[in-house]
Design a protein around this ligand. Structure first.
Ligand SMILES: Cc1cc2nc3c(=O)[nH]c(=O)nc-3n(C[C@H](O)[C@H](O)[C@H](O)COP(=O)(O)OP(=O)(O)OC[C@H]3O[C@@H](n4cnc5c(N)ncnc54)[C@H](O)[C@@H]3O)c2cc1C
Length: 460
């Protein structure tokens, strides 16, 4: 079967676009999650499509052999979303990476799925426009993967997530047809909202081969504030007070003591490591509104016992602060052979209980946790360095994870705000999506993918 499959793929794709050696297939059978593939169940083939016709040809072959297609952008998702747990064809989009159209007047950009978020942001910014979603890996993560995970990132607080910017998608369906899910217009009230259905569907409903995205005007100025606290409760209280007073920064992000000291240990960015918590607050707008916002935010920070407040004076200083925050996972990875990150979210009023609760759970199970998160949205990312080969530690970690999800649910929250479900969180989905809604999701999957070839057995 493997040889026949590879031979057929070789007929529709240039030879160099089909990888079939064991080492190559193995290398493309992982992502940024802890999902392990069992022995022989690695990808049967890895292919690089260069155009839509090639994608359709791959779909035809997958249907013939009833073999899965697992789309792959940069593989940075953290939930096992592009791990070929049942083998199949890994369909890589790194060769479909062209900007197809930039329209100043409509403020839209049309791209192929392999274009990185960083490139979209750079091109937009050169024209005075802005694409806000930022999944923290913007130099590598692709728009195809970000649409599939409905990625969000730090600026979601003010600007929303990927789905708020998707105007239209060209999709190759599981039957090999091409459909469009939206239009080139900023509004669209025609029929069911297929853009939203496909955004966040983790490659299980269709293959995105083109995306038209909305851009917005770039804010005139941006400034980043970093405030440190001796008491974690004070930092969380600030978040709620800033929002209660209707102040709208573009980001309110968080680092706890462990995150601060781990990043500083390995990257020396000048973080204050003796503090319990820090908030990173990005404000944007015109000069006057920034001044006013900064004044009001600082008042709240001081009232809540912020012990040190720093401001970026230029873009380089702002970038340095962000670099520190973005480095937390890489720094954690240096503490132990493995590192995992998670993503839980609660209504903001319960944020303090979530933060304290997650720290308590990890302490109880003897795990180090570096807590970071987009706390303006009520979301946190517990990053846990771990040695998977240490059976005792791994067992404790698994129990801790379940307890963290239970905690988020008990606080009226849910098990993912932006990373998705993939295979990692599949066992927990029925705790947050009721049976009736889940069975509709399964029916939708059957309609779009009757042979169950598109990233099967993910999400539910
Ligand atoms: C350190 C770290 C920090 C992160 N921080 C954030 C964060 O702050 N916010 C956030 O939202 N995410 C974050 N992420 C998660 C991740 O970066 C995002 O999910 C990212 O958008 C995934 O893009 P990708 O190109 O790597 O997709 P991949 O991981 O390659 O794929 C993700 C999913 O998309 C599907 N897919 C890929 N291309 C297509 C296509 N063309 N058509 C259909 N399906 C497709 C895949 O099958 C898979 O299901 C973080 C990850 C790491 C490792």
């Amino acid at each position: 079967m493997l040889t026949k499959l590879t031979k057929e793929l070789n007929k529709v794709l240039p030879c160099e676009n089909v990888l079939s050696d064991f080492e190559e297939r193995y290398a493309y059978s992982f992502d940024a999650s802890e999902t392990q593939i069992a022995g022989s169940k690695i990808a049967d083939a890895v292919v690089f499509a260069q155009n839509i016709e090639q994608v359709q040809a791959v779909v035809k072959i997958a249907n013939k052999y009833k073999t899965p297609i697992i789309c792959r952008g940069a593989g940075t998702n953290t939930v096992g979303s592009c791990v070929p747990v049942n083998g199949g064809i890994v369909l890589n989009f790194s060769k479909m990476n062209k900007i197809l159209e930039f329209n100043d007047q409509n403020m839209t950009i049309k791209v192929q799925p392999g274009v990185t978020i960083g490139e979209i942001q750079n091109i937009a910014e050169k024209k005075g426009l802005f694409y806000p979603p930022d999944p923290s890996n913007l130099k590598v993560s692709t728009i195809g993967g970000s649409i599939a995970q409905n990625s969000a990132g730090a600026r979601c607080f003010k600007y929303g997530s990927t789905k708020n910017y998707v105007l239209d998608l060209k999709v190759v369906t599981a039957r090999g047809e091409i459909i469009r899910t939206g239009s080139n217009t900023i509004k669209n009230a025609v029929g069911y909202d297929l853009n939203s259905l496909f955004t966040g569907s983790e490659g299980t409903l269709g293959i995105v081969v083109e995306a038209t995205l909305k851009l917005i005007p770039k804010p005139a100025e941006t400034q980043v504030l970093m405030a440190y606290f001796d008491d974690i409760n004070d930092s969380v209280q600030c978040v709620n007070q800033i929002i209660e007073q209707k102040i709208f920064p573009s980001t309110i992000d968080f680092m706890d003591r462990n995150a601060l000291s781990t990043v500083e240990q390995f990257y020396h960015t000048g973080l204050l490591t003796d503090k319990e918590a820090a908030l990173l607050i990005e404000i944007d707008g015109d000069y006057d509104s920034i001044l006013k916002m900064k004044y009001n935010i600082c008042k709240i920070l001081n009232l809540n016992n912020a012990v040190n407040i720093q401001y970026s004076k230029n873009e380089t200083e702002a970038e340095n602060i962000w670099k520190a925050r973005r480095s937390s996972m890489a720094a954690c990875a240096k503490l132990k052979p493995n590192v995992t990150t998670d993503d839980v979210i609660v209504p903001r009023e319960n944020l303090a209980k979530l933060v304290k609760g997650v720290q308590g759970i990890c302490q109880k199970h003897n795990l180090t946790v570096c807590l970071v998160g987009h706390v303006g949205d009520g979301s946190i990312h517990p990053q846990i360095p771990i040695d998977f080969s240490d059976e005792r530690e791994y067992k404790e970690y698994k129990i801790a994870k379940t307890e963290i999800y239970q905690l988020a649910i008990s606080l009226d929250g849910t098990i993912s705000g932006e990373h998705g479900i993939g295979s990692e969180k599949k066992p927990y989905i029925s705790n947050v999506v009721e049976a009736g809604a889940l069975s509709y999701m399964r029916e939708i999957k059957k309609i779009f993918d009757p042979n169950n070839i598109l990233n099967p057995y993910k999400i539910f």
